[in-house]
Each structure stands twice: as C-alpha cells, then as structure tokens.
Design a protein around this ligand. Structure first.
Ligand code: GLU
Length: 332
C-alpha cells in the first residue's frame, strides 16, 4: 500500500451543515452552522452544505433559496452544496432517495430490516400502556417474527408497512468520544429498539438518510445541536451495518429562551431575515454567536473568518445557553 496516499485521505477532514428547509433560518441554525463551519475550517477541511428536504410535507424550495442567501450573508461559505455541486452530488436529500432505497435493499438482503404492519393507533396505544412508558415507539405486534406467508397475507390485505431495523436481542453498546462531552456509551438495543427507517408512506426516515449521506459523502466530523445526541448511537450502529466508518461527533449546546424553550422557528423575530430587516448587521449577529461560544470576551462585531482557530472544544459550554430574546430583537 502507498502509505502517503492513505495518510492524506485519513487527514482530509470533511464537515457539513445539514439544515431542513421547513422554515426561515433562525439564530439557532446560524449558531450550529457557524460552529460546524469553524470546526471544518480549523481542520483545514472541506465544508459541505446538504439540504435535508426529506419530508415532502414540511420542506419548501423557497426556504432553500433563503437559507443559502442567509448563510452567505453571515459570511459562511461551502465547498460543496446544492448550488455549487461537488464530487458527492446531489446535495439535496429529495434527489437522493434511490440511494436510501439501495441501502434498505442491502439491509433487507441481510435480514437486518423487516416490515412492520402496525398502525399508528396500535403503536400509540402500546406507547401509552400503563406499565411504564417505553423509551421508543416499539412495534407492539411482534412483526419481526412474522413468517414470509404471514407477511404476504398482510401485504395482500393492503397494509403498507413501515420498515424497522432488526436490533440484536442482546446488549449492543455503542461507545463514542464526543468532541464536547467526552465518552458516551449507550445500549442502542435498549434505548432505540427496532427503530423505523422507512415510514409506511414510503418516506425514508431521517436516521437512515443522514447515515447514508454522511457515509457516502465521506463526512469525518458531524457538528450539530445537542438535541440530536440521542440519535447518535443508533446512527453509528447504522454506519457499521452499512459498512461505513462512522464520523466523529461534536454536539453543541442549544440556545434557549428565558422560558427554557429551545430557539426554533417559533421565535419568528430571531429569523436571520427578520434580524436583517430590523437593521442588524451580519457581523453583529456573528459577534453574539462567537461570544456565546466563548470565543470572544465581548459580543463585538466580527467576521466568521476572523474566528478561525478560536473554537476550543474544551471551552465550549456544555449547558444550554439562555438568550435574552427581547434584548436582541428590540432596536438599538
Ligand atoms: N436536518 C437536521 C435539522 O435541521 C439536522 C440533522 C443533523 O445535523 O444530523 O435539524
């Protein structure tokens, strides 16, 4: 083997930002985008923008255009993405469905996935059973044990199954070193069970699509909000089943309002487009984000590129960060 070639490949960091275009980009998205971008740039790596428009009911093309505009306005750039292309195109999940189907075929062929014919009502009823709530939406009817003939009968009755992974019955501990939180271990069989990888209506689940994409796009560092920490073990498990090398993960704290609510599309005044319309400058917004991340002493106007080198995972807060929404949205 040619050693220098493998070393070059191993050190080629690739980060990504993977927003869902289901609303206007808000301060919380900008926070994650900035930190993911900084991490990739500090590693001298490539930064990928991938649009997670998997759910046709919630995604809107107009939000994609706005997202690209807002990210550029903030001073962030990307080497690969829906508008600039790249070696792992396409960069929108809506155009990658055949890849998710192929991954499912591969899992089905190894009996790692099975059809579940339970209705939503049956799953809900089971989830609210009086014997203590299960930690995940398990299949209540033991669909994983159906024979081929029983499956054919259900399919003939017109039931459209969801697809679930067949988790090993034994303890299946996934351990990973989070860039911010250190060693995390989870028994994925117990915590996630036979989780859904395709809905009954045919839409692939986020958990599957994100793994197929991070794997196929050779992403080495996944930087994202701490709300996704509980998904990581099952994603690593899927990476392993699909033959990918799992990326490193870094989960960043969430921005929350003073009532403890995570910043989201509900906080309309904190949409980047709204802040801009209210006269805020991009450098001012980046200045707030940098300060909350502990990169600067004061929330002073700053360009993202001036922050390269300052992100220190040891110093990044681990607790949610409380934002004074009124102070940010009331005019200067
Ligand atoms: N598309 C997800 C979101 O916008 C992010 C997924 C991820 O980073 O893994 O919340």
């Amino acid at each position: 083997m040619e050693p220098s070639a493998s070393i070059t490949h191993a050190s080629a960091a690739r980060g990504r930002f993977a927003p869902s275009p289901t609303g206007l980009m808000h301060l919380g998205n900008a926070w994650t985008a900035l930190l993911a971008w900084l991490d990739a740039r500090q590693r001298g790596g490539a930064f990928v923008l991938r649009i997670e428009d998997l759910d046709p009911d919630r995604s809107r093309p107009a939000y994609v255009a706005q997202l690209l505009h807002d990210l550029r306005w903030l001073g962030l750039d990307w080497d690969e993405g829906p508008d600039v292309g790249g070696p792992y195109a396409p960069y929108a999940q809506d155009q990658r469905r055949a890849r998710y189907a192929a991954a499912l075929e591969a899992l089905l062929a190894r009996d790692l996935v099975y059809p579940c014919y339970c209705t939503r009502a049956e799953i809900r009823t089971a989830a609210s059973a009086p014997h203590g709530p299960p930690r995940h939406e398990a299949c209540p009817n033991r669909c994983r044990e159906l024979s081929a003939a029983e499956r054919r009968a259900r399919a003939a009755a017109g039931r459209r199954p969801s697809l679930r992974v067949r988790m090993p019955a034994r303890r299946t501990v996934i351990a990973f070193e989070d860039l911010s939180r250190g060693l995390i271990q989870e028994d994925v069989a117990q915590a996630a069970g036979d989780f859904v990888v395709q809905r009954g209506d045919g839409v692939h689940a986020y958990q599957l699509a994100v793994v197929v994409d991070d794997g196929a796009m050779a992403i080495s560092h996944v930087i994202r909000g701490a709300d996704l920490l509980s998904s990581t073990a099952r994603q690593i498990w899927l990476h392993q089943q699909l033959g990918f090398t799992p990326p490193r993960f870094g989960h960043v704290p969430l921005l929350i309002d003073q009532a403890g609510q995570r910043l989201s599309k509900r906080h309309a005044a904190l949409a980047i487009a709204e802040l801009r319309a209210a006269g805020r400058h991009a450098a001012e917004i980046v200045g707030w984000l940098a300060h909350w991340a502990g990169l600067t002493e004061q929330p002073e106007a700053v360009q993202p590129r001036e922050l390269i080198g300052l992100l220190d995972w040891q110093r990044l807060p681990r607790q949610d960060i409380v934002i004074d929404v009124t102070a940010l949205t009331v005019g200067r």
